[in-house]
Design a protein around this ligand. Sequence first.
Ligand SMILES: [Zn+2]
Length: 353
Amino acid sequence: MCLYSCVILGRMAYTFPFAAIVGQDEMKLAILMTAIDPSLGGVLVLGDRGTGKSTAVRGLASLLPAMRVVSDCPYHCDPAEPQRCCDRCRSALAQGQKLKTHVRPVPVVDLPLGATEDRVVGALDLERALSQGVKAFEPGLLARANRGFLYIDEVNLLEDHLVDLLIDVAASGENVIEREGLSVRHPARFVLVGSGNPEEGELRPQLLDRFGLSVEVRTPDDLPSRIEVVRRREAFENDPADFCQQWEKEAEKIRRKISSARKRLHEIDIPEAARGRASELCMALGTDGLRGDMTLMRAARACAALQGDRQVGEAHLRRVAAPALRHRLRRHVLDDTGSATRIERVLAELMPA
Ligand SMILES: [Zn+2]
């Protein structure tokens, strides 16, 4: 759904600025962290409708530096990274061919609920392939999302096999289509953002666990925030160009933060003490497996990078514990308040602020 997030005037399309979103700090932080470290494995946004979920994703994408792409490649390969290109671009680059390129915004692709598997993964025309001996492949939504974001509203209502497939592709970075002995593969690296309202359809525990981060969004329940949300929406709709201009300074600040955090991410020091703390926290909460420990550390590192800190400390762990762990607690998985409260309690015991 894109109720307010874009306004098209003449030839210009305006996106509601990320910086102008009121509150929803946890969601904004989680989305920023996945932009800094895509290996975090996507974000699941749980909560009420109309709380700016798709606005935040679109807004963030428009803050990321535009990307250079091979002009006639359906996967918008990056000519500077041949190892991540599709077969065609890679072999052209290996032969020293000069490929035509252009610069385009980071894609945000919506995956509609009724989408068929062919539309998602791409369609292989077997008849043409067999009769003409060519690989007749029509790229799908995963191709379009390469190097960007794939947004699924109401992910809990999507068919299980599609969800599994998406999570697998997001983790491997490659889409492989196999039909009757023919196969096509292409790069599909994207950040998966799913949103859902647990009251409208159950979220399978396996699904929950495979998203890196999970955040809760609620309709603001204090008067000043509600008034401010409505005020900013109105101002945006009345004059999107002017509104975006007003927020440009804040947008530039976030752009600089993201770009600096991305550069420094792998230089952030993770002291043994912080690793110990992270695993203690997971043990105390009884999270299954070790995925929680790993995500917690990576999220804390991305958070430190975002804040301009050199090493991971307890403050970062405290800040990212809920989004990294709340969907991995053994019991009361869908009882959001319960999970958040349990995490807070354990944090207070282990790492008092
Ligand atoms: Zn390519």
